[in-house]
Design a protein around this ligand. Structure first.
Ligand code: AHR
Length: 330
């Protein structure tokens, strides 16, 4: 019986993966490919949804990179629902894909399905967002940003901006989706960093679910109940862009009457900085596809990979926006 190159890799992989408890347990005689050409690696990717410009860029990066690397991609969109993502992962386990990757909608409740993947000998790669599992052998690696640092970077700008001033600064916060790692960590990183200065007051904080529509809706409500907002801290650009509409409809000038701090760095946010409507953007890089495909190939070959792979990111202010905009890739 023909034994594919990939299967040989899987046998070799057992040694490498055993250290992380993810040794492949293929049958060795039956063909358990997920339907791709015999030599093609099959990757099952369970995406969060299509809630933001960041997410659209992330999806495109993964799809383009899979194509370029000759990896067969099985892709699903969970529409921001954990149950959909768990269903998709169970489907990939049944199909016996070579590797599963996903960006968790929320950070809790993954142990049962991750244990199923482990029992099936399928390595799991976390991309973009972490899970709170204490058993780190349930996944091979986690590639993505440090969201706490992003929150701190947002706060650093604020602290510098108000340096030497003594009057209170009223801040409203648009949080990401409830339970999502970037919402939890960006809140914490920012909150901890401003805590030492009692002038900084978060007077309202609510989820805008990482979308423009919800960002606009919640900012409208903030403006109605809080006449003296000085700063908006939005956990992503889409919510900031939605909030800008609400601020303008309320007859105020975004970026001037209300300073805006945002996270992601999509082109529309850079344009808003050029237009003076967003003051600072903390970058969060969605272009994880090329690195993910390299990792998938390494994991299939049984090579050792780092447990945590951090993406490199910057901070952009209005004075840098015009120069940076033409070369923004998302
Ligand atoms: O997990 C990354 C976050 O998810 C991005 O900042 C946000 O735009 C997205 O929806």
């Amino acid at each position: 019986m023909h034994v594919s190159r990939r299967k040989l890799f899987a046998v070799v992989a057992a040694a490498g993966l055993a250290t992380s408890g993810l040794a492949a347990c293929g049958d060795g005689t039956q063909d358990n490919d997920a339907g791709g050409a015999d030599d093609k690696i099959v990757l099952g990717f369970a995406q969060v949804g299509a809630e933001s410009g960041w997410r659209t860029a992330n999806t495109k990066s993964i799809q383009d990179s899979a194509r370029a690397a000759g990896i067969e991609l099985q892709f699903s969109d969970a529409q921001q629902k954990q149950e959909n993502q768990i269903k998709a992962i169970r489907g990939y386990i049944q199909q016996k894909v070579d590797v599963i990757a996903f960006s968790p909608v929320v950070n809790t409740g993954w142990d049962p399905v991750l244990k199923e993947a482990k029992a099936a000998g399928i390595p799991v790669i976390l991309t973009d967002r972490a899970v709170d599992s204490t058993d780190t052998s349930l996944y091979v690696t986690f590639i993505g940003s440090d969201f706490i640092v992003e929150g701190q970077r947002a706060a650093d700008w604020l602290i510098k901006e108000y340096e030497g001033k003594t009057e209170p600064v009223n801040i409203v916060e648009l949080q990401g989706s409830p339970g999502a790692a970037p919402a939890i960590d960006r809140k914490k990183g920012f909150g901890d960093a401003i805590a030492a200065n009692p002038n900084f007051k978060i007077i309202a904080s609510q989820t805008g679910e990482f979308t423009r529509a919800k960002g606009k809706e919640v900012m409208t409500a903030f403006l109605q109940s809080n006449p003296d907002i000085d700063v908006l801290y939005a956990h992503n650009d889409d919510m900031a862009l939605g909030a800008i509409q609400a601020i303008e409809e309320a007859g105020k000038k975004p970026g001037t009457d209300i300073k805006i701090i945002s996270i992601d760095g999509v082109k529309d946010a850079f344009q808003a900085m050029v237009d003076g409507k967003i003051n600072v953007v903390v970058e969060c890089n969605p272009l994880l596809g090329p690195q993910l495909m390299e990792l998938v190939q390494k994991v299939v070959k049984g090579e050792t990979v780092e447990k945590r792979i951090l993406t490199e990111e910057g901070v952009f202010t209005q004075d840098q926006a015009a120069a940076a905009l033409p070369s923004r890739q998302y």
